[in-house]
Design a protein around this ligand. Structure first.
Ligand code: ADP
Length: 543
């Protein structure tokens, strides 16, 4: 027997229309390089989005056409987040920090026709002049004097909006049609395109709103530090506008001083970003003694949040929530909060639990599979295996790769994430490592993530990355690359760190060497760039 419910499509258009109709007076604020921040209401944003969509239509963009963005977190970018998909076109967010060859590869692979580009990053596009045959129009956004881009015919964003002969009439969309796409960072081989549908984006927004921090609320003021050019900015733009929260956008001003000031002056209540951003913010708060009384949730993911970071925020009255996901999972897969009946556990146990990556969002199924046998692992909190997931916002194939060349999808319909982890009896996931970053010592695995977090608990260590270095006897041994805190003295030596770690991990996990650096290279989205560490750093020869 069939259900007797209507099948109105789940689309981003319905999120947009709901937000601007019912929360028209709520605010969107954007930091500007000079002068006061730009402010306007959802209602004004709505009018501009409809004009933008109409202008795109007049420029010949229709259903299925790919339109790229190349921009920071601003209200113009936010307008693209709705106008492009609600028109039926596909918004391709391009990571502005990629290497020119990767940029050329993904823009050509997606066959983008129009690129919305911030004036502040136009130089990165100019380098691609002559290499992007499908791009016929570049629309320049934001303050600045640049008027042209070498890639194609150029028009100013405001002039483009003004050229619209009215507002769009939204097309009826199939909920399974493509809304947006984003390429994985391609740490091995070429980047792979992940294509989100309206339905997947809608469901991801609903569930993210449900769990983010204590759940997204109308009273929130949400500031995404996580860039809108990667993995949908974790879906927060849609999730928080769905509930009518104010949106606060930092543009490119992400250094800890700016961020602290902006979070405070805009009375932000929820923010989101990777651990490296929060490490610097916490150090700045401790240095200046400044506090953020309005902020009640820091959403943190993208790489593992060390327990020391979570505890450090506790001490300044801020709550960090740990989440896990990837471009392929829209991206939020799990979110960490302590269940009520676990709040009676001793503080240390609760902290250990909060340092895990949480449990799956409703709708996401997760299993741990033994890497060697392919058997499902017990969920005992200690047996580790590859994390596999499935659900309505998990990708089932890469763009232009329906044959699944890298075998990332199982025959029974699960995504192989390439992450290794454990799940405990309560369902909390703990990421042990990425398969490719595990250190294989004498046939046994050492978790680089766990070692890093142990070292980062040292009071004089700001950041630590662990990589496997070839060893004649053990095949690989761990080496730690450490950034001392500004106030660290000469006592912070290799021996001191080895000693500190020795108490807390198995003796064969203690790193063979510690290399001190001023900074750890980061990937385009702020994670430790272990590939560069392996190739660029003068690493010790072991054995
Ligand atoms: P990339 O890092 O390759 O650019 P993504 O942004 O999609 O691609 O990152 C996804 C990966 O980031 C995951 O597969 C996982 O390895 C890592 N990751 C994400 N969140 C966490 C977390 N909370 N803890 C540890 N690792 C994480």
């Amino acid at each position: 027997m069939q259900g007797l419910m209507m099948e109105t499509p789940l689309t981003l258009t319905s999120i947009f229309e709901h937000a601007v109709r019912y929360f028209g007076r709520k605010e969107i604020v954007t930091q500007r390089p000079e002068g006061p921040p730009h402010r306007y209401t959802y209602a004004e944003c709505g009018r501009r989005v409809r004009r933008l969509a109409r202008a795109l239509q007049q420029a010949g963009i229709g259903p299925g056409d790919r339109v790229a963005t190349f921009a920071w977190n601003t209200y113009e970018h936010l307008e693209c987040y709705y106008a492009i998909p609600c028109l039926g076109a596909v918004m391709h967010t391009v990571n502005i920090r990629l290497h020119p060859d990767q940029l050329a590869f993904i823009i050509n692979d997606a066959e983008d026709q129009v690129i919305f580009c911030d004036r502040s990053v136009v130089a990165a596009l100019d380098q691609l002049a002559g290499r992007l045959p499908t791009v016929r129009l570049v629309v320049l956004m934001g303050p600045g004097s640049v008027q042209t881009c070498q890639v194609a015919e150029t028009v100013d964003y405001e002039a483009f909006l003004a050229s619209a002969d009215g507002e769009v009439v939204w097309p009826e969309l199939d909920e399974d049609s493509a809304a947006a796409m984003c390429y994985t960072s391609g740490t091995t081989g070429n980047p792979k395109g992940v294509v989100y549908s309206h339905r997947s984006s809608y469901l991801h927004s609903l569930t993210t709103a449900l769990v983010a921090g204590d759940g997204a609320r109308e009273t929130d003021r949400y500031l995404p530090v996580v860039p809108m050019f990667h993995a949908n900015a974790w879906g927060g733009i849609y999730a928080f506008m769905l509930v009518g929260a104010d949106i606060v956008l930092p543009d490119r001003f992400l250094d800890p001083q700016h961020l602290l000031q902006f979070l405070r002056s805009e009375r932000v209540t929820v923010t989101a970003g990777v651990p490296s951003v929060w490490t610097l913010l916490l150090a700045e708060m401790n240095r200046t003694g400044e506090r953020l009384p309005d902020l009640h949730a820091i959403l943190c993911g993208g790489s593992a949040a060390p327990a020391a970071l979570i505890a450090g925020f506790d001490q300044v009255g801020l709550r960090l929530y740990h989440a896990w996901g990837m471009t392929e999972t829209s991206p939020v897969g799990t979110h960490g909060s302590i269940k009520s009946y676990l709040r009676t556990l001793p503080e240390a146990e609760q902290l250990a639990l909060r340092a895990k990556q949480g449990f799956p969002l409703p709708g996401v199924e997760l299993r741990i599979v033994d890497l060697a046998t392919g058997e499902r692992c017990p969920e005992d909190g200690t047996t580790s295996g590859e994390i596999q997931v499935r659900g309505p916002w998990i990708c089932r194939a890469y763009y232009h790769d329906e044959q699944d060349a890298d075998h990332r999808f199982t025959t029974d319909g699960w995504l192989r994430t390439g992450d290794v982890g454990t799940v405990d009896a309560e369902g909390y996931l703990e990421i042990v490592d990425r398969t490719k970053d595990l250190v294989k010592s004498g046939g046994e695995w050492i978790s680089s993530v766990q070692l890093e977090n142990t070292i980062m608990a040292h009071p004089q260590v700001l950041e630590a990355a662990v990589i496997g270095v070839p060893h004649p006897k053990w095949s690989e041994r761990p080496v730690a690359v450490v950034v001392p805190r500004a106030d660290a003295g000469p006592a912070l030596t290799q021996a001191a760190i080895q000693e500190f770690v020795r108490d807390q991990v198995a003796s064969w996990w203690v790193p063979d060497a510690v290399v001190f650096v001023k900074e750890i290279p980061k990937t385009s989205v702020g994670k430790f760039d272990k590939k560069r560490l392996r190739t660029e750093l003068p690493l010790p020869v072991l054995g």
